[in-house]
Design a protein around this ligand. Structure first.
Ligand SMILES: Nc1nc2c(ncn2[C@@H]2O[C@H](COP(=O)(O)OP(=O)(O)O)[C@@H](O)[C@H]2O)c(=O)[nH]1
Ligand SMILES: [Mg+2]
Length: 559
């Protein structure tokens, strides 16, 4: 327990990291962020495996990286040469017995002798890494002083062999502590500065190692060191520790300085340093994720804005549902108001002739009815009902098309109105989206009204049934006949007016149907377009929420 307290960083960092990593993984999947994959994997490895700290020696090819490691461990394990040699990542760490394991990309491993390492890690014996080696792990008892560390030899950057560069760059996110080898005869290139920038994403521990210092006089060494300090300060606005190394001159001294200053400290405080590195990597990963989310947020906000503008432009003040509905309703009401007058006026033409015709007919009929007054009255009523029904039906049948005036007018006006609405909408959509609406069949159907159900009106206002037996027929028959005949025009007028009312009712109902149909067309079209425009809605809130969550996580991680 006390050990852990001494660590300074405590176990919750691990739990927080685990949770945050889960969040980041989900977000990367959700927003298709693939460029953080290697960083994610590196964090995952640290969290799950808690491996030794990878102290990697990086830099341009021929900077003396492999030579340095051989010299450091006091054993020629790694291939060295005047042309680019190292082809695969090689990791050296403490082990009770000397052993080397080759790890292949296909997941297989095989144990080999230390002497045979070169046949897997050297370009000459494994050209273009034909043997598909992912890395070679070496364990040596002599590395006891470096327990908890793993010394990593990498193929050079800037090599003509592209895959050397790729191998090193792909591995970079896993770096725990970086030793950047800079050869005394090639002090610092733009590539080195770029490499430091990239390393800064992955580790807080970056150290410069000036190699082959035996090639320089002590004055030249100072000059180079000053140059390095100045350049790093200027280019990166920070300072980095610089160590010198020569495999030929004063090697012991160089090694001891490096061990005291860096390697032993790392080894002795492995847990503390490990968590510091983990924390750093997690922060970097989260910041990376946040910057992608920021882009996603901006895109989403822009999309919201575009959509809103699109909506505004398409649904401008002329394309307005309430307005169209009002217009359609006015058209319908205006026509419905005229229906009655139109029919009545038309039916007026029939009044006189029909009255005359029926009067004549009735006169002829009456002479054949040899019945008493009660029966006469009944007979008259029956005759009138039959004839009137027949005549009204006849008029309906022959003349009904003439009643359709307002129906047809309403149909034409409603059709014109929705057509011009559609044209406006069409134009707006073409202007804004550059597409044309598929032609739609907005035909309003005319539902023909049914024939009215004809019933005639009774001939007398008061009831004769009660008094018929009081009236002497031989005196009054003539009077009644005259009364019946003279009543015909009034009957005709009443029935024509009734017919007009019945047709009005049916025609106006048909107009109402058309109005509803027209409004429905408009409503459906507008809501379809509306739905299309808002389909992609809703990312902004989600992204904002995730940004907040990650920022909180970042604070917890640092606290
Ligand atoms: N003079 C001198 N030459 C060195 C030193 N270290 C390495 N070299 C030479 O530099 C060349 C490249 O060495 P190597 O370790 O293969 O470089 P790497 O590609 O960075 O691994 C070899 O010819 C080495 O002999 C050193 O300290 N002094
Ligand atoms: Mg090498």
């Amino acid at each position: 327990m006390p050990e852990r307290m001494n660590d300074g960083l405590n176990a919750p960092i691990q739990d927080i990291s685990q949770q945050l990593l889960k969040n980041v993984l989900e977000l990367c999947a959700r927003f298709s962020i693939v460029s953080l994959n290697r960083q994610k994997e590196a964090c995952e490895k640290l969290l799950i495996q808690s491996p030794p700290i990878d102290v990697a020696i990086l830099g341009q090819f021929k900077a003396g990286k492999s030579s340095f490691l051989n010299s450091l461990i006091g054993k020629s394990v790694l291939p060295v040469g005047v042309i680019p040699v190292t082809t695969v990542i090689t990791r050296l760490q403490y082990g009770e017995r000397e052993q080397a394991v080759v790890r292949y990309f296909d997941g297989n491993t095989s144990e080999i002798g230390i002497k045979d390492i070169e046949s897997f890690t050297a370009e000459a014996e494994n050209p273009s890494n034909k043997k598909n080696v992912e890395m070679v792990d070496v364990e040596l008892p002599s590395l006891k002083n470096y327990a908890g560390l793993r010394l990593v030899d990498t193929p050079g950057l800037g090599s003509v062999f592209k895959y050397h560069v790729e191998t090193s760059e792909n591995w970079l996110p896993q770096v725990g502590t970086a030793l950047l080898a800079i050869s005394s005869d090639r002090p610092l290139s733009e590539n080195d500065v770029q490499l430091i920038r990239e390393l800064m994403q992955h580790t807080p521990n970056i150290v410069l190692l000036l190699t082959k210092t035996d090639l320089l006089s002590p004055e030249q060494q100072n000059e180079v060191i000053e140059f390095l300090e100045r350049t790093i300060e200027r280019e990166l606005k920070r300072q980095l520790p610089i160590y010198m190394y020569s495999t030929l001159v004063k090697t012991k001294q160089c090694r001891e300085r490096l061990e005291e200053g860096l390697l032993f400290k790392l080894s002795l405080n492995r847990d503390f340093e490990f968590r510091k590195i983990l924390q750093y990597k997690m922060q970097s990963l989260i910041k990376g994720c946040l910057s992608y989310l920021d882009i996603a947020l901006k895109t989403s906000l822009q999309a919201d804005l575009d959509r809103e503008n699109l909506h505004k432009q398409i649904f401008d003040e002329k394309v307005n549902f309430d307005l169209v509905r009002e217009e359609l309703t006015i058209i319908a009401r205006e026509n419905q108001r005229q229906t009655r007058t139109l029919i009545v006026n038309y039916l007026d033409n029939f009044q006189k002739s029909l009255g005359k015709k029926l009067s004549l007919d009735l006169e002829k009929e009456l002479s054949t009815w040899k019945v008493n007054l009660w029966k006469l009255t009944r007979r008259y009523e029956e005759w009138l009902a039959d004839r009137m029904t027949e005549e009204m039906k006849h008029i309906s049948k022959i003349e009904h098309r003439h009643f359709y005036g307002t129906l047809n007018k309403a149909h034409a006006s409603l059709s014109r109105s929705i057509e011009s609405f559609r044209n406006l909408l069409d134009k707006n959509i073409e202007k804004v989206l550059g597409v044309r609406l598929a032609p739609a069949d907005w035909k309003i159907e005319v539902s023909e009204p049914d024939y009215p159900d004809i019933k005639t009106i009774r001939s007398f206002d008061f009831h004769f049934d009660l008094i018929w037996f009081l009236i002497p027929m031989f005196i009054f028959r003539g009077l009644f006949e005259k009364h019946f005949v003279s009543g015909i025009p009034r009957e005709v007028e009443a029935n024509l007016s009734r017919l007009a009312a019945q047709w009005e009712d049916r025609i106006n109902r048909a107009i109402e149907e058309m109005r509803k149909q027209a409004i429905n067309y408009v409503k459906e079209e507008l809501s379809t377009i509306d739905a299309l425009l808002s389909k992609t809605h809703g990312q902004t809130g989600e992204i904002n929420e995730n940004i907040k969550k990650l920022q909180e996580g970042l604070q917890n991680l640092v606290a």
